[in-house]
Design a protein around this ligand. Structure first.
Ligand code: GUN
Ligand code: ZN
Length: 449
């Protein structure tokens, strides 16, 4: 087989360690002029161009992005693709928002053609935002999962997704049963888990919409194959927390409902976790479960403020990733999500610096998902999912960039002023799939592997 080679050149930045555990400056690697050498979709070499230039084979000209910033593709640890059509819906907190906007939107996915249309749009909007991996809720309909993975397979993106499980407290057209949800999930696992870059995630929506029997079935599914993921919601809203207390009186906490069913473990990702007690953080630490920090959503629905610096306390650190949680979240851009994460931390008296911010959006999310052996860094052996950031994307950003005296200041400017306009290009497994400045269609399906 002939191997495919590609090279990117330009200023580059990557996280190498956890800035919540040690000094930020030790965790960031920055090269003013870097080379990323890519072979068959994997990074073979990364470092200063001057040191690595001789590794570029004859006939390969690096794609050069002077004045830009090469960075690992963003990772979104919590997002609902079927909710694109009701992002930014007015005036309700979580439980009313679900009944008024979310469930009706998800019912429209009974139509497989609708699911395919939305999956196509969603994948493109992720890539436009520089996001190359996401952990995604589909709907209760198995074909919503097929539509999503099929589109992801076309772009060769590494995605994690699953069919929502709900067997109570939702409109009848959105309900499965414990047995049917199990069997449909198992069939999807067999079809998609580990096919190319696609990974399956067992997806009970949240405790109020699943019976004990369904949560047990989710636990059994997790044991059915190696490397499966779990996603659900946890301690998002005070009314929701109270409801869970009423529905599961025998359990000691909301998290204990999931733990009892065997759902709290590595590769489990709990969205929100706003109203957590210390013992819940301890359980996450001990089990290796991850939390998805979803600041735009928590602000938009008035859910509360996630205690990021308590969760990541180095005495018992919990793995935290960053989630947009669209459609309760208001942007698919991880830059905009970091903008709000900074303000949420500030309200609790903390300073989320740019290195910590970019860690959450890249390597931190990869670690929370247990995929940091292959995602989240520019480093040899890692999959070549890369976004090219443009600090001069708007006249204001270009002006402000002129006053940034360090890479940290530039990154902070990007995370406060940046959004999808600041993503110049996105590479998936070494191939450019999005080019902001390309005339006509900015998206390009990769050549078949
Ligand atoms: N809790 C249960 N379902 C959902 C959902 O779709 N979005 C959010 N933000 N919270 C939930
Ligand atoms: Zn959610």
């Amino acid at each position: 087989m002939v191997s495919s080679l590609a090279a990117l050149r330009g200023p580059a930045v990557t996280l190498v360690d956890d800035p919540f555990a040690q000094a930020s400056r030790a965790c960031l690697q920055y090269h003013e002029d870097a080379l990323v050498l890519i072979e068959d979709g994997t990074i073979r070499a990364f470092g200063p161009y001057a040191e690595l230039r001789d590794m570029v084979p004859d006939g390969i000209t690096p794609e050069h992005f002077p004045g830009h910033l090469l960075a690992p593709g963003f990772i979104d640890t919590h997002v609902h693709y079927p909710q694109l059509q009701m992002i930014g819906a007015f005036g309700a907190q979580l439980l009313e928002w679900l009944d008024t906007y979310t469930f009706p939107a998800e019912m429209s996915f009974a139509d497989a053609a609708h699911a395919e249309r939305v999956a196509k749009l969603f994948l493109r909007e992720l890539l436009r935002a520089g996001t190359t991996t996401a952990m995604v809720y589909c709907t209760v309909h198995p074909h919503s999962v097929d539509a999503f993975f099929a589109e992801s397979e076309r772009f060769n993106t590494r995605m994690i997704a699953g069919k929502v499980l709900m067997d109570r407290n939702a409109p009848a057209p959105l309900l499965d049963t414990a047995q049917r949800g199990h069997d449909e999930s198992l069939a999807l696992i067999e079809r998609w888990h580990g096919r190319g870059r696609q990974l399956y995630c067992v997806t009970p929506r949240f405790a109020p919409t699943s019976t004990d029997a369904q949560l047990e079935a989710a636990g059994a599914l997790l044991k059915s194959r190696d490397g499966l993921f779990l996603q659900t919601h946890l301690c998002e809203n005070p009314g929701e927390v109270e409801w869970v207390r009423e529905l599961f009186p025998a359990r000691s906490s909301y998290l204990d409902v999931y733990a009892h069913a065997g759902l709290v473990r590595p590769r489990s990702m709990f969205g929100h976790a706003v109203h957590m007690h210390e013992h819940d953080f301890c359980t996450c630490h001990q089990t290796g479960a991850g939390l998805a920090h979803c600041p735009t959503s928590n602000l938009f629905l008035g859910s509360g403020l996630f205690k990021l610096f308590e969760a990541t306390d180095p005495r018992r650190p919990v793995k935290v990733g960053l989630g947009t949680d669209v459609g309760a979240g208001t942007s698919l851009s991880q830059l905009q999500t970091l903008n709000e994460a900074y303000k949420v931390a500030a309200l609790a008296g903390h300073k989320l610096d740019a290195v910590q911010g970019f860690y959450l959006a890249t390597l931190g999310s990869a670690r929370a998902l247990g995929l940091d052996d292959r995602l989240g860094r520019l480093a040899p052996g890692h999959e070549a999912d890369i976004c090219v950031l443009d600090p001069h994307a708007t006249p204001l950003m270009a002006f402000r960039a002129g006053y940034c005296a360090s890479i940290e200041e530039l990154l902070f400017m990007l995370m406060t002023l940046g959004d999808d306009r600041a993503v110049r290009a996105t590479y998936v497994a070494g191939q450019r799939v999005y080019d902001r400045d390309r005339a006509g269609d900015p998206f390009h399906l990769p050549d078949a592997a």
